[in-house]
Design a protein around this ligand. Structure first.
Ligand code: ADP
Ligand code: MG
Length: 264
């Protein structure tokens, strides 16, 4: 469709831009960050008891401004990092055959601090085929989905909310991972755009709007799909579907694992 085509073109344009700009920004940004750090340190090394009170006040303000500048620099760094991931060329990437469940567990562990304060996390890991992917990139997809799920739930209601992660196989032998939340859900105005690069409804500094477009890129690059269903005020479910790996790994057969996941 027209929209799909526009989306593809936009992705390609962003990818190209990102490859060039990401690198160009990183060096000056490192310089800015280093100097801000130096200024902050120099400031805190001044002995306040030997200075007139109005100067101390002034310095306090300067220190606050420096903090804000550092926040800004960190935000830029994050955008640059996301952009570079985005621009990354899938083809020269190392892939391994792996258990999806292990990648999901690593992502859960990585995001656990963020998740803990927003919801109960429950898992149901059914046996799945192995997939062939770059582990770090696949983990990034699940981390994106988990962090989004957490951010969709208001703070301070962890008892009433749930983030549920499941793995299973569909009839076609595809591996299916679902991340569901009982958060705020989405209406059509968000559902129509959420996979577009830079689309975000989050306040400045909280989201770059790149997470889902990067994630979809990664999953589609593996021959899979990333889809969503959602109801406003009820929650959302993101579904990752991946083709099974073509051949089993040559080395040692998988060790039998004690099932410590199951339903928690
Ligand atoms: P970001 O998280 O930086 O905003 P994403 O690409 O990850 O960018 O998500 C884009 C938008 O999709 C979010 O700003 C939000 O509006 C919506 N969204 C994503 N995941 C969820 C979710 N689990 N619940 C509700 N809205 C979501
Ligand atoms: Mg996100």
């Amino acid at each position: 469709t027209q929209r799909r085509l526009m989306h593809t073109e936009k992705m390609a344009a962003v990818g190209q831009l990102a490859a060039g700009v990401g690198h160009e920004i990183n060096n000056p940004l490192a310089y800015v960050t280093a100097n801000l750090g130096f200024a902050t340190e120099a400031l805190s090394a001044l002995p306040p008891d030997h200075l007139p009170p109005e100067v101390v006040l002034e310095l306090r303000e300067v220190s606050q401004v420096l903090d804000e500048a550092q926040d800004g620099a960190r935000r830029v760094a994050r955008i640059v990092r996301d952009l570079r991931t985005f621009a990354h060329d899938d083809k020269d990437e190392e892939k391994q055959v792996m258990e999806v469940r292990q990648v999901v567990e690593a992502a859960l562990k990585f995001a656990s601090n963020t998740l803990r304060y927003r919801a109960r996390v429950t898992c149901d890991f059914q046996e799945t085929a192995r997939v062939e992917a770059n582990e770090a990139r696949l983990a990034q997809v699940f981390i994106n989905l988990l962090v989004n799920a957490a951010q969709a739930i208001p703070e301070g209601h962890a008892d009433e909310n749930e983030i549920r992660v499941t793995t299973a196989m569909d009839e076609g032998g595809f591996v299916v991972v679902e991340v569901s939340d009982t958060g705020k859900g989405m209406g059509p105005e968000v559902l129509g755009h959420l996979f577009e690069p830079f689309f975000t409804t989050k306040p400045m500094g909280q989201g770059t709007g790149l997470g889902l477009s990067i994630s979809r890129n990664i999953i589609e690059g593996l021959g899979g799909s990333l889809t969503v269903r959602s109801t406003p005020e009820k929650g959302s479910t993101f579904r990752v579907s991946l083709p099974p790996a073509r051949q089993q790994p040559a080395e040692s057969p998988p060790k039998p694992q004690a099932s410590r996941a199951g339903r928690k």
